[in-house]
Design a protein around this ligand. Structure first.
Ligand SMILES: Nc1nc2c(ncn2[C@@H]2O[C@H](COP(=O)(O)OP(=O)(O)OP(=O)(O)O)[C@@H](O)[C@H]2O)c(=O)[nH]1
Ligand SMILES: [Mg+2]
Length: 423
């Protein structure tokens, strides 16, 4: 079936429409007359049932040299609802139907124009809000598949060598060949472990980080949130216990998207609403990627949950200097704010740094690599060539699932449902 959809959003001066499928070129002829040379744009008057609908640039991409791998035609129409409605009506009358979300990409995948990892990365690229997210997604569009293809090739060779060994009777097994095989399996397993170690950083970058401001009532938490957001988000007052709800704002820290949350001041209280605020503050702190612990001069810092990276910020430094803490801040004079921002950017980078390892940014990808690495670890614990060969095949199976070479149907809906129409 031939499908069509606008590739551009509403409201622009131009609407770019793609038509893909077996009838794409015939429909283009019916609408525009003579076709231009492939991949050369030409101005055409679009007519249907004797009515002129628009004047548009037409470009054709005969199969297989198109995004979907099918015959495609693209029309750059004048923007606006009426033009789009007229063209969509004509295309439908000529036998095409509107594309579903992600349908172009799905066809590209079936036709070998796009691989599963590339499709996932493309979805991430379209969703990227900051520069570091964009960079990771662009790199993953080809880099991830290249890394996984390398692993699959190594594994294929290991399996071939293992199978060659199966034919040797036990007593004749050449020990140096077996040792080389074991070393090869261990190396591949270590590569995968490195990628798994970096995966939390890749996932954090894809999803954004959670930074939480924590401290006693009146420590200056809401003032700090407003200063970092550059906006008047949270109510500030000299009354302790002002903030009750956890209040979030998205900030871009050196290209990394960070959700920064202001919380209720931590204290024992009989006020039920405030107590709920304190409970929420602690819950946010427990799952934060990074904590900004605040304390006014002379007061104690809250205890961070074990293992959560944090900075201890001495607030209101214009009022009194006080020992302890990593950084002194004053919202009044601005002291320490630039230094704080630099430290937070550094923390955001550290938390999302994959250190050159393949950036497994989705739980699906992590699960497949974990299965493969586990199978290799199991293989290393086995001496029997047949049993070891079985584990190697399990690892190969996990990597094939990762690359979308098998089991692709199970994940397609999940991947493409996140696409918009026209992708
Ligand atoms: N002098 C001075 N006053 C500050 C500074 N930062 C905050 N304050 C004042 O301290 C008071 C409390 O500030 P908030 O930002 O509301 O404190 P909070 O930690 O959010 O307080 P709760 O929401 O009640 O937990 C307000 O009167 C602020 O104006 C600062 O750097 N210097
Ligand atoms: Mg507050």
């Amino acid at each position: 079936m031939t499908i069509f959809a606008p590739l551009t959003g509403r409201g622009g001066a131009v609407t770019l429409v793609r038509l893909s499928g077996p009838q794409a070129l015939a429909i283009a002829v019916a609408l525009a007359g003579a076709l231009p040379k492939p991949r050369h744009a030409a101005l055409r008057r679009l007519t249907h049932e004797g009515r002129v609908l628009d004047e548009a640039l037409l470009t054709i991409f005969p199969a297989p040299h198109s995004f979907t791998g099918e015959d495609c035609a693209e029309l750059s129409l004048h923007g606006g609802r009426a033009v789009w409605a007229a063209i969509a009506g004509a295309l439908t009358a000529l036998g095409a139907r509107p594309a579903e979300a992600g349908e172009f990409s799905r066809r590209a995948l079936y036709n070998g124009k796009l691989d599963l990892l590339g499709a996932e990365a493309m979805a991430d690229l379209i969703a990227a809000e900051t520069d570091a997210q964009r960079a990771q997604a662009v790199e993953n569009m080809h880099g991830l598949m290249a890394a996984i293809t390398g692993w699959r090739e190594q594994l294929r060779q290991l399996i071939a060598r293992q199978e060659a060994l199966i034919d040797f009777p036990d007593e004749d097994l050449p020990p140096e060949i077996d040792a080389a095989l074991v070393a090869g399996i261990a190396r591949l397993r270590d590569d995968m472990q490195a990628a798994l170690g970096a995966a939390p950083a890749a996932e954090r970058l894809r999803e954004g980080l959670e930074f939480v401001i924590l401290g006693a009532p009146n420590a200056g938490k809401s003032t700090l949130l407003n200063a970092l957001a550059g906006d008047d988000i949270a109510i500030v007052s000299d009354q302790p216990g002002t903030t009750r709800d956890a209040l979030g704002v998205r900030v871009d820290l050196g290209g990394v998207p960070v959700h920064l949350t202001d919380t209720a001041g931590l204290r024992e209280t009989t006020d039920q609403i405030e107590a709920e605020g304190v409970r929420r503050a602690k819950a946010r702190a427990a799952r934060a990627d990074f904590l900004l612990l605040t304390a006014a001069p002379g007061e104690a810092f809250p205890q961070p949950p074990l293992g959560t990276p944090h900075l201890r910020l001495r607030t209101k430094s214009d009022l009194a200097s006080s020992p302890g803490g990593d950084l002194a801040l004053s919202a009044k004079t601005g002291q320490g704010l630039a230094a704080l921002r630099a430290r937070l950017i550094q923390a955001a980078h550290d938390l999302t740094d994959t250190k050159g390892a393949a950036a497994l940014a989705r739980p699906r990808q992590v699960a497949c690599v974990r299965d493969a690495a586990q199978a290799l670890t199991a293989a290393l614990a086995l001496d029997d060539p047949e049993l070891r060969g079985e584990e190697l095949r399990m690892a190969a199976h996990a990597l094939a699932r990762l690359a979308g070479a098998i089991g692709v149907e199970e994940v397609l809906d999940a991947v493409f449902s996140s696409f918009c129409i026209g992708k």
